[in-house]
Design a protein around this ligand. Sequence first.
Ligand code: GLY
Ligand code: MN
Ligand code: MN
Length: 441
Amino acid sequence: MIPIESFIERRRHLASQMQKGIAIIPTAPERVRNRDAYYPYRFDSYFYYLTGFGEPEAVLVVVAGVDGGASKHILFCRDKDVEREIWEGFRYGPEAAREAFGFDEAYSILKLDEMLPELMTDQSAVYCAMGHATEWDIRVTGWINQIRQQTRSGVSAPGGIFDIRLLLDEMRLFKSPEELQVMRRAAEISSGAHRRAMQKTRPGVNEYEVEAELLHEFRRHGAQAPAYTSIVAGGANACVLHYVENNSRLNDGDLLLIDAGCELDGYAADITRTFPVNGKFSPAQRDLYQLVLSAQAAAISAVGPGNRWDAPHEAALRVLAQGFIDLGLCHGSVDTVMQSEDYKRFYMHRTGHWLGLDVHDAGEYKRDGEWRPLQPGMTLTVEPGCYVRPADNVPRHFWNIGVRIEDDVLVTEAGCEVLTSAAPKTVAEIEELMQDRQDLG
Ligand code: GLY
Ligand code: MN
Ligand code: MN
């Protein structure tokens, strides 16, 4: 768990980067699934990053530049409600939340509309995530308009509205040792889930049964949920990049692609492994698998401080392009295949993304038109793949084979650290584990 002092320090750091003004950061709303049943609640990542407070109906307000430079941190949250707590469980209420989470002040969420115009009055700047949630855009502009209507009494409304994400995205991009500890554990649990899936897979089993094994492993180790909908894609389903139906029978002779990771205390893991349903790669499957594995190794080697964001992608592309030529999938030289982008028939996505509280995490990829240099503390995925759909000019033995291999990687001073290395990846490791498949119960 990340200590409360770290959340307080993040809020202070945010305030130190703001000009005199006020930041408004609401958490996510609860969402109806159908009639009176709700989706499992998930807080907003920006709000949680700054508070560690997981209840719905909460707003953080940071006032910067108070009394010559200090800042004030205010929480609005649900009131204590003994009757509702009997049905829905514990809620802190403002006083206990202020104490437990280190806010300067805390008030009932019911006071928000009354207090925000007061707090915003005579502030020169408002920081919020405009466009992130339209209901909040409307509320914030409503409060500003209320102040404007009183300007004849001598008050002034904020003149500047700034996107707080510019500040927060940059903070979130660099993971602290405490965040990395959580991410390592999320990676470890998720790696175990992939191992379990390999051990449970056999011809005749259904994709949803394997999905259940992943969930079993996530939950039994205390992860709260999958970080995103698990992809469990047998055979041709692996060529559908966002396949999530997970309802097909797994056939002897097919590969199974699983893209799944857990969310632990807010942080995501994101792992893909591809392995044979019957435990043994066919020659064609092995050819494509080894190619993607080599591309991934090249990409991981390109992760290191000072290297540009797209260096891993470029490294993976060159290996894949050469492999596609060698295997008769593309024609010409590596340079012509790269230039014409012929490889995109078989590899149409990019090689990774930032990883953190969101699976596709916050953070700029380019700055002033240039890909950013990687720096220690950044975490990203490395996930090349190859997806071969049937076509006349494609060798038949590759048809319907989809392979992706995805790991989570931390940029370190010395290079990088693969957080998800406990998930088997080489042909030998996978075949060996699957040969020793036991019924895990
Ligand atoms: N699981 C989402 C992704 O790999 O980007
Ligand atoms: Mn990913
Ligand atoms: Mn993934």
